[in-house]
Design a protein around this ligand. Sequence first.
Ligand code: ZN
Length: 137
Amino acid sequence: MGLFGKRNKEPAPPPRRKVTKVSRNLLELIYQASRSQHPHEFAAGLRAEGDTLTEIVVVPTQSGRVSAHMQLWTLPIDRSVVGTVHSHPSGLPLPSDADKQLFRTFGHTHIIIGEPYAPGTWRSYDFDARPIPLDIV
Ligand code: ZN
């Protein structure tokens, strides 16, 4: 015990929008898009209205052999685009090192979906690649 009492070294949370929900329609769209891209990756931005993810933002297509995944780096700066979604055709919806780097750089709410692209095959993560819950509405 010192003169200064308890030291609170906890950093303030970043001033980011809090998204806690995802619309069922958006999930259906993500399932369909991921299936149609399989065995290639599907990747897009995620737009939120208030606290709910509602829309996919299509990533501009580039010529050459740039993976859909890497094209996420080209997402426009837009305050309503709060994160990304991409598929893992190999199955497991776990963030790779490249995913973690992307999450840290862009937005705050990210979804990874694994094959077979159905309910229960996706997970959501925050900017630090920590799993976060999203309610389906
Ligand atoms: Zn990935």
